[in-house]
Design a binder for this molecule. Structure first.
Ligand SMILES: [Zn+2]
Length: 414
């Protein structure tokens, strides 16, 4: 049994039973459903003390807040409970009092998406499906393939043409059947959707599957618990589809509802300038207008974000802000984040840090604030982009000719 009471459409407000599989029958594909829980019952079990006593070093330690049965079969691959790393040097560089990085690149397949995919494969098994499918720009795909492999399931993955090679290789290694669609992410999404309907595969697309965002919210629950239930002033998250920031916000709302925390942080949503339809919707108050995305941060290059409404509501409800950054600012953030923390963030992950820098400069976030930036994916997944952010190594001969000159130039010796 679990604590889910129903699925509520974010557009029309109708509440359905969990027999509804993906989106609102009345609103169609736009009718994203939100999972509702019996918080009174959860609150009796999930106390600070009980949690402190749990040995589980994974996101399953919050299983009452996940839409899975108590005896559900779980993937063996480790998910969540990633480090929350203090980043004092980076904080000084940006000019903010306190900064932590939530290093989700440390998940099993290297990104935050493992949180969603792990719930996806559990739900697929529950519904007795043997194949799980997903359309993704990369990270959702590789995590879906990895979690499927861990559960002994097959996966069918649709990637857009421009998906970075390392990410495609990663999912081939996990034994996925990979379709590289000659077209955009949106077209890959549509094709995956049709294939799922036709062959009865379980659809892991977070744009329509209501359960995945519940997996994503555990990153927020962990931030809360790792900070001793004292939330920061701000949480910076990069935004593509919009469901990650919506998930993080849901976590903080739930912690307050359950009495685990007394207050909630403000959400700072960061988009790349060339793919910012959610920032536009947030600022204008109008419905999201699809765009053609142009950014090197492939994980957030989403032109038709399905969860835009959830994201806008989350940021607004938190009293937060949306901000855009350029690709140059993203590359720069990859560089100084790596240099000052030892954490290699992929472009979409560094976007959160770049956004924080801009928000500080513009005065949106105050200098005395405490901030957590979510590093959503590991930089090793997209070395091509990283290379354009850095300089070349020094080529020298084995006899070390010219070594001293270079060292002086680098101020490594005087
Ligand atoms: Zn509806």
């Amino acid at each position: 049994m679990n604590f889910v009471t129903g699925l509520k459409c974010v557009f029309c407000g109708t509440v359905y039973s969990t027999r509804v599989a993906y989106t609102c029958p009345r609103c169609g594909i736009a009718g994203i459903l939100d999972v509702e829980f019996d918080y009174a019952a959860i609150g009796r079990r999930l106390t600070r003390r009980r949690l402190a006593g749990r040995a589980e070093q994974s996101h399953w330690r919050y299983r009452e807040l996940l839409p899975i049965g108590a005896d559900a079969a779980l993937p063996a691959l480790s998910v969540g409970w990633t480090p929350l790393t203090p980043a004092a040097a980076l904080a000084r560089h940006l000019g903010v009092r306190t900064l932590f990085l939530k290093d989700d690149g440390r998940n099993a397949t290297g990104s935050l998406k493992d949180r969603a995919s792990s719930v996806g494969v559990v739900k697929a098994r529950e519904k007795r499906r043997k194949i799980i499918a997903c359309a993704s720009t990369g990270n959702a795909a590789s995590s879906c393939a990895g979690m499927a492999a861990s559960m002994g399931m097959r996966s069918a993955i649709f990637v857009p043409e421009r998906a970075p090679e390392p990410k495609v290789t990663q999912l081939l290694i996990f034994g996925a059947t990979v379709f590289r669609v000659r077209g955009s992410y949106e077209q890959a999404f549509q094709l995956c959707q049709q294939a799922c309907e036709r062959w009865g595969w379980y659809n892991r697309n977070s744009g329509i599957n209501p359960y995945l965002v519940e997996g994503k919210k555990t990153v927020g629950l962990e931030i809360g618990e790792q900070l001793g239930w004292q939330p920061p002033d701000w949480v910076a998250v990069s935004v593509g589809d919009g469901c990650t920031i919506a998930g993080v916000w849901k976590a903080f709302r739930e912690m307050k509802t359950l009495g685990l925390t007394e207050r909630t942080p403000r959400m700072l949503g960061v988009q790349a300038e060339g793919a910012a339809p959610i920032t536009t919707a947030f600022r204008t108050g109008e419905a999201m207008r699809p765009i053609e995305p142009h950014t090197l941060a492939d994980s957030i290059a989403v032109g038709v974000p399905r969860n835009w409404q959830k994201a806008v509501l989350a940021v607004a409800e938190s009293g937060g802000a949306m901000i855009n950054v350029s690709d140059e600012e993203i590359l720069e953030a990859m560089r100084y984040t790596g240099r000052l923390t030892g954490i290699f963030a992929e472009p979409a992950a560094a976007t959160a840090v770049a956004g924080l820098r801009r928000a500080l400069a513009e005065g949106t976030v105050g200098r005395r604030a405490s901030v957590v930036a979510v590093i959503t994916g590991n930089g090793l997944k997209d070395v091509q982009s990283a290379r354009s952010a850095v300089t070349q190594p020094f080529d020298i001969t084995p006899d070390g000719d010219g070594l001293a000159d270079i060292l002086r130039g680098q101020e490594l010796i005087t």
